[in-house]
Design a protein around this ligand. Structure first.
Ligand code: FMN
Length: 231
C-alpha cells in the first residue's frame, strides 16, 4: 500500500497524541553494566513483554557465553508445528563479527547499484560498524520445506523463537533488537552461515548490555481489536 508523506505525518501526530508510552528498558529504568552483571535481574513475563524495546546503542563489554546459551534455550522453547525445530542460530562474538562485514558491505553495494548511486568509503565503513555495533550478533536462519504451508509455519516458528529470545534478554536486563534488511532478505549472509539450498536467513538479532534510555510507543490495543460475541 502506498502511503504519502502527509499520511505518514498524520499517523505520527496520532501516535504522539494517543500512544501508550511505556517504561524504559528493564522495568522503567536503564541498568548499568555493573547492575546487570551483579544482580542478574529476572523480570516476570508481562513486564518483559511491556518493557522490551528495540535497543540500538550497546556497551561493548562481552556477554558471558552461558548467558547467551540461556537465551538460545528460551528461543528453542518456542512453539513449532510438527516439532520441526526449524530454527538455526548463528552466534557471532568478538572477532567472529568480522566474518559478517563482507556480507553487509556486499548488500550495501547491491542496493546502491540498484538505485544508481555511488558507494562511498563512508558507506562501507558504516556497514562495517553495524557488524560491531553490539557485542553479540545472532543470525537466525530457517530450514524451509517444499510444502508451502509447512514452510510458512517454519518461518513463523522462527519469529516466535526470536521473540522468546528478545523477551528473555529483556527479562535479564539486556538490550536487543531484531533486524532484517538486504543482507538478510537477499541472503548475502548465506555463504557465511554455510546455508544449504533449503535454508534461508530470517533475521539478525543485535544483543548486549545497553545503557540507552528507551521509550515505548503503541496505540491503544482496542483500536485493533474486534470482539465477536454474537452468533
Ligand atoms: C520483522 C521485523 C523486522 C525488523 N527489521 C528492522 C530493521 O531492519 N532495522 C531496524 O532498525 N529495526 C528493525 N525492526 C525493529 C522494529 O523497527 C521495532 O520493533 C519497532 O520500531 C518498534 O519498536 P519497539 O520494538 O521498541 O517497540 C524489525 C522488527 C521486526 C518485527
Amino acid at each position: 500500500m502506498a502511503v504519502n508523506r502527509a499520511g505518514v505525518k498524520a499517523f505520527g501526530r496520532m501516535l504522539r497524541a494517543t500512544a501508550y508510552h511505556g517504561p524504559a528498558l528493564g522495568g522503567g529504568m536503564t541498568r548499568t553494566v555493573t547492575q546487570v552483571q551483579e544482580t542478574r535481574p529476572l523480570l516476570d513475563t508481562l513486564t518483559a513483554i511491556r518493557t522490551r524495546r528495540a535497543v540500538k546503542e550497546y556497551v561493548e563489554t562481552p556477554l558471558p557465553k552461558a548467558w547467551i546459551e540461556e537465551l538460545l534455550d528460551a528461543a528453542h522453547w518456542a512453539p513449532n508445528h510438527r516439532l520441526t525445530h526449524p530454527w538455526r542460530f548463528h552466534v557471532f562474538l568478538g572477532e567472529g563479527r568480522e566474518r559478517l562485514v563482507s556480507a553487509r558491505q556486499a548488500a550495501v553495494r547491491w542496493r546502491f547499484e540498484r538505485e544508481g548511486k555511488t558507494v562511498t568509503v563512508q558507506d562501507m565503513e558504516f556497514a562495517r560498524t553495524k557488524c560491531y555495533s553490539s557485542p553479540a550478533i545472532i543470525i537466525v536462519s530457517v530450514v524451509g520445506a517444499d510444502d508451502p504451508i509447512i514452510d510458512r509455519e517454519n518461518y513463523a516458528a522462527c519469529w516466535c523463537a526470536i521473540q522468546n529470545l528478545l523477551l528473555a534478554a529483556t527479562a535479564r536486563g539486556l538490550g536487543s533488537y531484531p533486524s532484517t534488511g538486504d543482507w538478510i532478505d537477499e541472503n548475502f549472509v548465506g555463504p557465511i552461515l554455510g546455508l544449504s539450498e533449503n535454508e534461508r536467513p530470517v533475521a539478525c538479532i543485535f544483543l548486549g548490555y545497553s545503557e540507552q534510555p528507551t521509550m515505548a510507543k503503541r496505540l491503544p490495543v482496542d483500536r485493533h481489536t474486534f470482539w465477536h460475541t454474537d452468533a
